[in-house]
Design a protein around this ligand. Structure first.
Ligand code: BG6
Length: 489
């Protein structure tokens, strides 16, 4: 008995008995009896879109079915030493075959929106050229199922699964041939799916797949390019985004909305003073200069060009115009605070503070807990780039997620994380920051890239032997937020 409780918990339990009280009720008892009238709450705007998110390679499986081509992540995950738990996503969640069951999971959350991604190698197995006739069939089935269940689809066109053939032939994003191929693929998909998808995201987290995949060799395709080549590759990626925006506008139904989802470098004032807020704004612009800032302003900043020096990308004014083709919304993936800054009177106007080793984290080394990230990042972005529609396209956390002897998963740490981030997000919307929706990452545990199945971000737990999906306690938490359109404070 004593072994199961820490000394502090035991003292509390002893206190309950001393007062003649029973130990606290089981969590599910209190879950079914909400008392909304007695709780202070903070509402989100009317019409706020609640959603959840996944990506193709992380959940679909069926990597060799119906003519799908190979992607760089198939190659990478089958390369010894690349995935920590030595798994791959050949089967993953088998969502390709279980999508109907998964749509019911989405519906049970009470969300009205679902962000998923389309696998480029299913549509063009070689990246360009011949279309695989069966490629879009799966997404047609998925879309019909979502719509029949009252769930609005938000489609991402590129969540890192580049056709291997493009990597082999032209070096992937190292060549602007890939930027053009991406636009062709995006136009093709938009032409066929925009009768049911009204919002398309071009790229997911360009900053991640560039730096990790082409800079540091951690993600697929596992390259460590020198600075000049990496800067040129980044330029090809933003060019690919711009070309895709133009192709979608040309081929999709009128009224189709286009944006992208980025893991913006999250810069926060260490202490809330006007000077530090100004510094965080400068940091947001400069530390996102090669991606979001050039996309939203059509210019590489002087600071970026000076820092890059002789390694700066080669580009034309025409390319900058394409890159900054107008978009309808910006998606921000918000997880951890990355840079706490203070003002500096030396250029560029901010200093980044070091993180103490005791800074709290969730169950991933990189996932520091900084709820105010969900306030400052949308607020600073909206001001800096004059945005009128922001979606939080990902937010969520990895947690230990052990199954209790009673069969439940009491992920109180994830709930703590979500409650605090949502509270800060509500603070932003209450101040008029134009955040229109929120997509929780992720619907269910899945193949977490280099971590394999070792890290769990899902609202539903997945047993990767049986593929059974089980709701965690956070399902009830999220459903309650959605039902009330508010977070407890
Ligand atoms: C985001 C990605 O970076 O974070 C997701 O868009 C990913 O695809 C999530 O699953 C968690 O990242 P990681 O590296 O811990 O798997």
């Amino acid at each position: 008995m004593f072994g199961k409780f820490s000394r502090r918990q035991f003292a509390t339990l002893a206190g309950f008995s001393a007062l003649g009280m029973a130990t606290p009720a089981k969590p599910e008892d209190s879950m079914v009896k909400p008392a909304p009238d007695r709780r202070a709450s903070a509402s989100f705007p009317n019409g706020f879109i609640w959603g959840t998110a996944t990506s193709a390679y992380q959940i679909e499986g069926a990597v060799k079915e119906d003519g799908r081509g190979q992607s760089i992540w198939d190659t990478f995950s089958h390369t010894p030493g690349k995935i920590r738990d030595r798994t791959n996503a050949d089967r993953a969640n088998d969502h390709y075959h279980r999508y109907k069951e998964d749509v019911q999971l989405i519906k049970a959350l009470g969300v009205k929106a679902y962000r998923f991604s389309i696998a480029w190698p299913r549509v063009f197995p070689d990246g360009t050229g011949a279309v695989n006739p069966k490629g879009l069939d799966f997404y047609n089935r998925l879309l019909d199922e979502l719509l029949a269940n009252g769930i609005e689809p938000f489609a991402t066109l590129y969540h890192w699964d580049l056709p291997q053939s493009l990597q082999d032939r032209v070096g992937g994003w190292q060549s602007s041939e890939t930027s053009k191929a991406f636009a062709d693929y995006a136009g093709h998909v938009a032409e066929r799916l925009s009768d049911r998808v009204t919002s398309f995201f071009t790229l997911n987290e360009a900053g991640r797949f560039l730096n990790f995949g082409y800079g540091w060799g951690i993600d697929a395709p596992g390259l460590k390019l020198p600075p000049a080549a990496l800067n040129q590759t980044r330029h090809n990626v933003v060019l690919g985004h711009g070309l895709a925006v133009q192709a979608i506008r040309a081929k999709a139904r009128a009224g189709t909305k286009i944006g992208l989802a980025e893991n913006i470098a999250a810069c926060l004032p260490a202490i809330d003073t006007p000077e530090n807020i100004g510094a965080a704004e400068i940091a947001t612009r400069e530390l996102n200069a090669g991606l979001l800032n050039v996309i939203l302003t059509g210019e590489y900043t002087q600071g970026f060009l000076k820092y890059a020096g002789k390694d700066a990308p080669k580009y034309t004014a025409g390319e900058l115009r394409i890159i900054s083709s107008p978009i309808d919304f910006v998606g921000l993936n918000i997880y951890a605070p990355q840079f706490y800054v203070v003002a500096s009177d030396k250029a560029p106007g901010f200093n980044v503070l070091p993180f103490p080793s005791s800074f709290p984290r969730m169950n991933s080394d990189w996932l520091r807990i900084g709820p105010e990230t969900a306030y400052w990042v949308p607020r600073l972005s909206a001001k800096l780039w004059n945005l009128d529609t922001i979606y939080i396209t990902e937010n969520g956390a990895s947690a230990d997620d052990k199954v209790s002897p009673d069969g439940n998963i009491y992920d109180l740490d994830r709930i703590m994380y979500l409650r605090n981030y949502l509270t800060q997000l509500q603070r932003a919307t209450a101040e008029g920051v134009p955040v229109r929706g929120y997509f929780l990452w992720s619907l269910m545990d899945n193949f977490e890239w280099i971590y394999g199945f070792d890290k769990r971000f899902g609202l539903y737990r997945v047993d990767f032997d049986t593929l059974v999906r089980t709701p965690k306690l956070s399902v009830a938490f999220y459903r309650n937020v959605i039902t009330r359109n508010a977070v407890d404070v």
